[in-house]
Design a protein around this ligand. Sequence first.
Ligand SMILES: Cc1cc2nc3c(=O)[nH]c(=O)nc-3n(C[C@H](O)[C@H](O)[C@H](O)COP(=O)(O)O)c2cc1C
Length: 177
Amino acid sequence: MKSIIIYGSHYGTTKSYAEELSKITNIEAISFENVKEINNYDQIIYLGGLYAGGVLGMSKTLNKLNNILNKKIIIVTVGLSDTEDNENINNIRNNISKQLKKSIFEKVKIFHLRGGIDYTKLKFLHKTMMKLLYNAIKNLPEEKKTAEDRAMIDTYNKKVSFVDFSNLSYIVSQIQN
Ligand SMILES: Cc1cc2nc3c(=O)[nH]c(=O)nc-3n(C[C@H](O)[C@H](O)[C@H](O)COP(=O)(O)O)c2cc1C
């Protein structure tokens, strides 16, 4: 089976998960920007950072698949918000369903990991987006805050990492299954 790990990462947390996964599985990992022909692979593992609900590079990459009949496709999201929170997971999956062709979405297995953030490293546009978002949600009543809101407020203007490679083991077993 010909496999590839593809990642979409602005600040490196998703890339670090992809590279660790590559080390464990011996499958090559490349950035979505460098993917030439995706249709050559039988198994595609896509890891993407979450940006305003979107999975970085995912739709651009996976929607180029023509025939998915015999393909195995795994998507791994990397975000700040709590991956144990069901509402958060439902929101992420719902967003993914809107970003992929229906035939592809029906076929994918989706997993979730936590990344990190370092505000001193953010590009101006991202810093501005986070400031606007923070100001919009900081005064919401506690019961109205989603897991995403809470993660954003708790980490605002900080350097935080939730990266934990031990959480890759279940994904490794899915790849090798
Ligand atoms: C502009 C911006 C938007 C973000 N949107 C989300 C989001 O919708 N959900 C989430 O869980 N995390 C969100 N994050 C946090 C990133 O997903 C997190 O920092 C992740 O580890 C980034 O991956 P990377 O380091 O590979 O780029 C956002 C971060 C930034 C800077």
